[in-house]
Ligand binder design. Structure first.
Ligand code: AMP
Ligand code: MG
Length: 454
């Protein structure tokens, strides 16, 4: 099944000379992950390793450079020209020959006739010779014969020409041809995340389209007889489905394309019908119905659809009951996340997001982690890794982490009150107040500041 599915398709755009294995990762990982029996009760690390072992970057697409910000380059880019193409002036002023100005100073300026003018985009009429100056403007080509530019501020225009007050250094205020890049220079490596300046460089070498990794499509399913869409009045016993909103936004944040499959009732046929509509996606993310209750049918339905279940259950809180599998015929990755809103969001962060980043071609798969001091002690039983929602505060150059009041996996507002997740490792039972913890930053806007800061 290697390379056949939506997640493993279209190798064709990888340019000749690029190593396919560098782009795709070791081929055997995926096979190894898919061969074994379903495993139960993995650690967070084991679950991540297993998922990433089954995930390979998507193939390339050709995209308008103007739309390529934040995308991952799937080719190496070499320059097709020299930049700047000619020696040119970095200032408004006068092109000169240095030999004429050996004795120039403010007290005894050297007077030169101005024999012509070169504007940006223009061309000198003839080479400049000793005893002459040419008026020149920023970005204009340096006339042949000239070997420096004197800034306008260091001169005085006269009836007869110009008086020059300074003795320029060699090539002063000259931008040398090729000083930015030469023809054939390797400018941007494959795998680079394109930022604003990369797009500028691509434009400057005349690349209006560029090859980038495709964005994964993610089919999102909610499940449960109690669920209604937000625009329906929820009767007693009903719950407004919020997971599809959270999960779709998490997909968009990472650069994936969510497709909402709606809410399936807790009947195998209903779940199957909706999941079928998502089979052509690169990834399926379903929430709820993966636990061990009588109404939890998702796992059985996935198997009906040809999904190889790779593992069930991760020793973490929130989020133990989650399932991961791969649809064998298409390569679609399937995440059955728990239904509780915080569990769904946190398991997405730990497992789905790194996989989506890998599909997108990123090498850096994980959120930033900072060290912070706990303002209150934390206790738990050993066995599961806890992700504790914390608010962060910067005081006297240190970061302080305060756990939000309610850590229940149903309390979604605890996530909006937090800036990140403090990691309470599986084996530990206690973290003392004032001890240092790792905090995974969920909102990079946390780093934005009210003050300029310098
Ligand atoms: P389950 O995993 O089906 O046992 O669901 C666990 C809890 O999450 C239940 O209280 C559900 O009502 C709730 N839940 C499931 N799906 C959603 C959803 N899409 N939006 C909000 N809450 C949900
Ligand atoms: Mg349910």
């Amino acid at each position: 099944m290697t390379g056949t599915g939506a997640s493993g398709s279209i190798l064709t755009d990888i340019p000749e000379g690029e190593s396919a294995s560098a782009v795709w990762g070791p081929a055997h990982d995926r096979e190894r992950v898919l061969l074994g029996a379903m495993r139960e009760g993995l650690t967070v690390e084991e679950a991540q390793t297993t998922i990433l072992g089954a995930t390979r970057p998507l193939g390339a697409e050709t995209l308008s450079t103007a739309l390529a910000a934040q995308r991952v380059l799937a080719e190496s880019v070499e320059s097709s020209r020299r930049q700047p193409p000619d020696d040119c002036s970095a200032m408004d002023g006068y092109a000169v020959l240095r030999a004429d100005l050996e004795r120039a100073s403010r007290d005894s300026p050297v007077a030169l006739p101005v024999v012509y003018e070169v504007a940006a985009g223009g061309r000198a009429e003839r080479p400049l010779v000793s005893g002459e100056a040419a008026r020149i403007f920023t970005g204009a080509r340096l006339p042949a014969g000239a070997d420096a530019v004197v800034r306008q501020e260091d001169t005085r225009a006269t009836e007869a020409g110009v008086e020059i007050f300074v003795r320029p250094t060699p090539r002063e205020h000259v931008r040398e041809a090729g000083e930015d890049f030469e023809l054939g220079d390797r400018l941007i490596e494959s795998g680079t995340v394109l930022g604003a300046s990369h797009l500028g460089v691509l434009a400057s070498i005349g690349r209006s389209v560029v090859s980038v990794h495709q964005r994964p499509t993610v089919a999102i399913l909610s499940g449960g007889d109690e669920l209604v869409e937000p625009d329906r009045a929820a009767d007693s016993g009903q719950i407004v489905s919020s997971n599809s909103y959270t999960l779709a936004a998490q997909c968009r944040e990472v650069g994936a394309l969510p497709i909402y499959l709606g809410i399936a009732e807790d009947r195998p046929e209903a779940i199957e019908a909706r999941l079928r509509a998502g089979l052509r996606a690169d990834v399926i993310v379903s929430s709820a119905g993966v636990s061990v209750g009588d109404h939890d049918h998702v796992r059985a339905v996935l198997e009906t659809l040809g999904c190889k279940l790779v593992f069930w259950g991760v020793h973490m809180k929130p989020g133990f009951p989650m399932v991961f599998g791969v649809i064998e015929s298409t390569g679609t990755l399937v995440f059955g996340l728990p239904g509780n809103p915080v569990s769904a969001a946190v398991t997405f962060e730990q497992f789905v997001r790194p996989a989506l980043r890998k599909l997108l071609g990123h090498h850096a798969l994980y959120r930033p982690v900072v060290r912070a001091r706990l303002t209150a002690p934390l206790k738990k039983r050993a066995g599961r890794m806890h992700f504790v929602r914390v608010a962060l505060e910067r005081r006297d150059g240190s970061l302080y982490a305060t756990p939000t009041a309610n850590q229940s996996s149903g309390v979604l507002t605890s996530l909006i009150r937090g800036d990140g997740l403090a990691v309470f490792s599986a084996e530990k039972e206690e973290l003392a107040a004032d001890s240092e913890v790792d905090v995974q930053i969920l909102e990079t806007s946390f780093f934005d500041q009210d003050e300029r800061g310098f």
